[in-house]
Write a protein that binds this ligand. Structure first.
Ligand code: SF4
Ligand code: SF4
Length: 223
């Protein structure tokens, strides 16, 4: 899931200083789990904006904010509220914000959140980054632990000389990724994998902007 956090209040208010009226758009998926774009957060945002003298023409938590067509259909019921708003304030991730940019060509769209990383939720509203979307996964070679993400240096043939009692030299709060990988491979009786020298990573597998037509892939498989 995409991990988001609320923008600083002053930054948000500066963004929307020229908007007298706003429509609030949340997302029932990642942003709801992050506590940045579900029903309670939209209610709180509406109250705050109204206290600041703004008018909120409508609020809606879309099912999946990054789903452009689905969001477009869902928003049809808010035609009037959307027509009379000065701008759209999107309480999801940057992808959800850009759904609104695509749907509202003639209105300013502002993000209420900052998007941080792709994360796993380990407990309620606690998140860890475990994958950097590198485009060519090497988890099969590292005991299922990602050194690209878990090692601050992204070392593929670690550990570096700074590892200290299982901790990372960058921060004692971080377990050394390569000690974790070693311990995991040992548990699995796969320590031979530690001896493999990883080739330099092909970063071209993650060229921006990326796109994927999964339908084409499916059609290829069916041929
Ligand atoms: S190797 Fe790449 S795709 Fe696999 S978990 Fe790490 S960053 Fe993600
Ligand atoms: S101590 Fe471990 S996690 Fe930290 S930078 Fe070195 S290899 Fe990476």
């Amino acid at each position: 899931m995409i991990i988001t956090k609320k923008r600083e209040h002053n930054d948000l208010m500066e963004n929307i200083k020229n908007c007298n009226s706003l429509f609030l758009l949340g997302c029932s998926e990642c942003a709801t789990l992050c506590g940045t774009g579900g029903e309670p957060e939209l209610r709180a945002m509406k109250e705050m904006l109204e206290a600041e003298g703004k008018r909120v023409t409508g609020t809606f938590v879309s099912k999946t904010g990054c789903q452009v067509l689905g969001t477009k259909v869902e928003l049809k019921q808010f035609k009037d509220a959307l027509a009379e708003t000065d701008c759209i304030l999107v309480m999801s991730c940057g992808a959800g914000t850009q759904t609104a940019v695509e749907l509202f060509q003639d209105k300013p769209v502002y993000p209420a959140n900052d998007s941080l990383f792709l994360g796993n939720m380990t407990r309620i509203q606690m998140f860890d980054e475990r994958c950097s979307l590198c485009g060519k996964c090497i988890l099969d070679k590292t005991g299922g632990i990602c050194p690209v993400t878990a090692c601050p240096k992204g070392l593929l043939n670690g550990p570096c000389g700074g590892t200290n009692n299982g901790k990372c030299e960058v921060s004692a709060d971080i377990e050394c990724a390569w000690v974790r990988i070693y311990n995991r491979l040992k548990r699995l009786d796969q320590l031979e994998d530690m001896k493999r020298i990883a080739e330099p990573k092909d970063w071209s597998a993650h060229k921006k902007p990326m796109s994927l037509n999964a339908r084409e892939k499916k059609e290829e498989v069916e041929k």
